[in-house]
Design a protein around this ligand. Sequence first.
Ligand SMILES: [Zn+2]
Length: 178
Amino acid sequence: MNRILASVTTLEQHLDAVATNSEIYRPLRCPHCGVAGLWCHGCYFRKADHTTPSAKSVNPVPILRYLCRACKHTCSRLPACIAPRRWFDWVMQALVLLMLLAGNSVRQCSDCSSRARSTVRRWRDWLGERGDTFAFWLRSRFAELGRHPDQESLWRDVMQNMTLMQAMAWCDSHTDVP
Ligand SMILES: [Zn+2]
């Protein structure tokens, strides 16, 4: 999908890029129909600054929007510092996957993550079906991950030593379904 710009990690960078280098936000092609050559289509605003006191807050934060002339859908790319909801799901999913790989039960993972057991089960099944593919993608991009003998140590390395933001942004650009 490539919806996340991993290089933009702070709101200041984002505002600066919107003002001076907005081309980095233009998707190469439409995520709906694949046609290239998207048109600028104004922007929408998000309340993204949750840390600065309101007087100094940079809210609302502009997000550039693009229009596909072929299918008329609009789309946007988000900086890494303004993550889509799925991003947080991913972070939690990675943590739960680690717990599962370390031998914890579905019930234990559910208790720790405050996610329903059915959700944990779905993630477990995802790992069983697609974990190898996912690990293959990660290893192909981050060669140092190749030394891990199993998925548990690979995921642990990803969680502990990589910029998770960038790992997930990279995966985002290679898969539609996390
Ligand atoms: Zn389109």
